[in-house]
Each structure stands twice: as C-alpha cells, then as structure tokens.
Write a protein that binds this ligand. Structure first.
Ligand code: UDP
Length: 446
C-alpha cells in the first residue's frame, strides 16, 4: 500500500519564558492539521516539556551555554553568542536529518536562516512580539544615524513620523548592552528577505493599524494567527518556574472584580525602593491583592520579612494579600475575582489580559514593553501608565482608579469588547482562524 508522508516541519523556539509557550501552541495547531512536527531546542534554559506534547518529536542542541553566561554577557550579547554557537551545530543536525520539508524559527533564534538557505529549505519567521514592535525595531535600524540613538531628551515626547501614536520614548532602545550591539541584534532579528512569510502571535483585531505597513516593509505575507493560547488545539506548556496554584483557592474567597493582580513577567527586575513603595501602596489601597514576587526579581533584599510590619500584617494576619513566587497567570486573569492587572507589559501578558477583558496599570521596564504599553493606552484604550518615580501614594491612587474608579470601569468595558472580538477571531470564519488556514496552505504547497 502506498503511504503518503506528512510534511515534516522543524520548529525552533527561543529559549525564553515569553517565547516558548506561544511557539508550542503553534506547533500543536500545525500538528492537529496533519503536519509532522520536530521541535529543536537549545540546551540553554532547557526543561523537559515532551510529556505534554506526545505527538511531537524533540531534539536538543548542545550549545554548552549557561545562566552565568547570560548574566556575564548581558541579554543582547548573550543572544548574539547563542546564535553563533548554534549555527554550526544546527548545520550538523540537518545533515543527519534529511526528512525536513519546512522550517519555522523564532525571530530571536535566527541561526537556522543561513543553513536553510544553503540547503534550499523553505522557511518562515515566527514573532512572539507585536507587529508594532517589529516595525519599531526596523525604524530604529533604518534611522539610527539620523536619530542619534538613544533619542535625545528633547525628542522623547515627540511622535515618530508615520508611526503614530508612538513617541520616540516608546521605541525599544533600552539596551542591555551598547546601542551598537542592540542594532546588530535587531538587524539579525529583522532580516526577512529570504523567508516566505512572517507569523505573528497577534491578531488583526489588535493591530490592523500596522499590518499593511509591515507587509510593505518586508514584502512577504504576514500571518496574524493569535492569540495562540486561545486556539482550539492550544496545549498548556509547562513553565520554567513552578506555579503556586493555592492562590486560586484564595481568589475564590474574594469578591468579584475586587483583586489587583501584580506580576512583571520572567525577566524584569525591580529596585528595592520601588518594591517597598509598591508594597505599601497596595496596603494603602485597601484592595485585596495577589502579587507574584519571582525569586531574584528584586535588587538587594528579596525577603518579605524586610517589608514594613503593616504589609506583613495584610498578608499573614488579614489575608488581604497573597504572595506567590509564580502564579498560573492565565487562570488568574480569567478568575472572576480579579478586577485589574499591574504589569510590565510583556507581549504575552498583554495578550493574556486582553483575552480576559482585563484592564491594566502599565509599568514597562525595557525592550518591547513600552511599545505594548502605548498600544494598550492609546490604541486599545484598556490601560493607563504609571510613569516616573513610584511612591506609595501613586500606587494607591492607581489601584483605586483601576479597580473602583469610573475610568477603570470604562477600560474594563472596552477590554471586554476586545476579548469577545478575539474569541471570535480564532473561531471558524475569524481573521486569525483564516490566517492559520492560509499558513497551512502555504506550507503544504511549498
Ligand atoms: N507568567 C506566569 N506566571 C507568573 C508570571 C508570568 O505564568 O507568575 C507567564 C505569563 O502568563 C506570560 C509569561 O509568563 O505568558 C511572561 O511573558 P511576557 O511576554 O509577558 O513577559 P516576559 O517574561 O517575556 O518579560
């Protein structure tokens, strides 16, 4: 009997918390549509997820890099190094596996690009960021001499020409290293001339203002297939950190829309002074709060014991606050008791909150977080930003404005409308559903 071989798609996720789960959701979607999927992961930041994806094959590239390489090099230089170390190892891998038909790689792990070109293998880039972020990186590269990066103080509040509503200060130039190295990374990340498409974990409903500009810029088809965690075949990808699910029991005891949830993702670091002001502002707000304090996310002391007595009282005695190292965030955001989110505005958190109809207090740190903040505050209008030095009074006011104020209520209403649109977009006939079908067709005929 003649056996028809399914196309084998090789997928290479970036080894970061904000990147792996969204690519794994895409892998599940493609697998459920009949493709054979192989996931190639780096040894760096590796933890086993294969039990959750039994239909997929997994390989690991032994890059020999560790957490201490990342801390000593800084994020930008580390990613550049990771790519140069992995390129020859990936070439070796492909010479041993000749059944690969198609490659999809995260934009930050661009090491497969040259190898795929040499072997004439078709490929696409996957972006775990917003379309607006991709455009902003390109604008920075194209104008780096003219704009004298980082932008001068006098220019920060000005709108970037032809990229409204973004200001110079919203552009992702907060370097974890020198501007020259950041631009080198961006030029590698943004190189799309030889790929046959760009896949974004985003949706037309969120970013239709920017999609045609992006298509013009790269001259290849864009597939906005997200939010991927909402798609039918989405499989929950375990996290690098252990989730503390007992916070869901605590949420059960709280009133509807009363809790402020605070988390700053997997990489951001808060200064100790800001940590104390945030803690005291939460106490003063009188609202119940669920706070993720990721180990290592505070400079200096990381211990609750070092916080003022009033805070400890609120957590241990009054049970008005609940603190965890890591939360099941999507479930928390979807819980009826949670009424608002204090967040650093990483793209995944932004997508997860809007998918739950959740308004946000934005406190961006670096990278694309300022771009996402501006999207939420000025395009979706489901959030407001707390800028500048943080004091307990500012935190108290912001929390009250979001959870019990009229403005917060208006933002929540707009967020709920967006949530409904997003749910429709991943269903049959919706824009993300159709984009996924176009993607499947494109891979099939490649
Ligand atoms: N997250 C989580 N529990 C937490 C904090 C974060 O599961 O306590 C997840 C969150 O749901 C999101 C990811 O970690 O999917 C963070 O990604 P994001 O792009 O928001 O930020 P990054 O970590 O890349 O800065």
């Amino acid at each position: 009997m003649l056996e028809i071989r399914q196309k084998r798609v090789l997928m290479i996720p970036a080894p970061f918390e904000g990147h792996l789960p969204s690519m794994m959701n895409l892998a599940s979607s493609l697998s459920s549509r009949g493709f054979s999927i192989t996931i190639v992961r780096t040894q760096f930041n590796f933890y086993d997820i294969s039990d959750h994806f039994l239909d997929l094959r997994f390989y690991t590239i032994d890059d020999g890099l560790s957490e201490s390489d990342m801390s000593s090099l800084g994020l930008v230089d580390f990613i550049l190094k990771l790519n140069s170390v992995c390129e020859p190892l990936f070439k070796e891998f492909l010479t041993l596996h000749d059944d690969v038909d198609f490659i999809i790689h995260d934009e930050f792990v661009y090491f497969p690009r040259q190898v795929a070109e040499d072997l004439n293998l078709p490929k696409m880039v996957f972006s775990a960021s917003s379309v607006a972020t991709s455009i902003s990186r390109c604008l920075l590269m194209e104008n780096q001499d003219q704009w004298l990066l980082p932008p001068q103080e006098s220019k920060l509040e000005e709108l970037v020409p032809e990229f409204h509503p973004f200001r110079y200060k919203d552009l992702p130039v907060t370097a974890h290293g020198s501007i020259e190295r950041l631009m080198l990374l961006y030029s590698n990340v943004s190189k799309r001339d030889t790929c046959s498409g760009i896949i974004h974990n985003s949706s037309n409903d969120l970013e239709n203002l920017f999609t045609s500009a992006a298509e013009d810029k790269w001259g290849v088809e864009l597939y906005l297939v997200g939010p991927l965690h909402l798609t039918d075949s989405a499989t929950s990808c375990p996290s690098f950190f252990e989730e503390e699910r007992k916070c869901l029991e605590w949420l059960e005891k709280q009133e509807t829309n009363s809790v402020i949830y605070i988390s700053i993702g997997s990489l951001a670091i808060t200064q100790e002074e800001e940590f104390v002001e945030l803690a005291m502002g939460l106490v003063q707000s009188n609202q119940p709060f669920l706070w993720v304090i990721r180990p290592g996310s505070i400079t200096g002391s990381n211990s609750l014991e070092s916080l003022p007595e009033q805070f400890r009282q609120a957590v241990t005695h009054d049970e008005r606050g609940f603190v965890v190292n890591w939360a099941p965030q999507k479930e928390v955001l979807g819980h009826r008791a949670v009424g608002g989110f204090w967040n650093h505005c990483g793209w995944n958190s932004s997508l997860e909150s809007i998918s739950c109809g959740m308004p946000i207090i934005c406190r961006p740190y670096s990278g694309d977080q300022r771009v996402n903040t501006r999207l939420m505050t000025n395009v979706w209008e489901t959030a407001f930003e707390v800028e500048g030095e943080l004091s307990r009074g500012i935190v108290e006011m912001a929390v009250k404005k979001l959870i019990v104020g009229e403005e917060g209520e208006d933002m929540r209403k707009r967020a709920i409308i967006m949530k409904e649109k997003l749910e429709a977009s991943v269903r049959i006939g919706g824009s993300s559903y159709s984009a996924l079908n176009r993607l499947v067709y494109s891979i099939t005929r490649s």
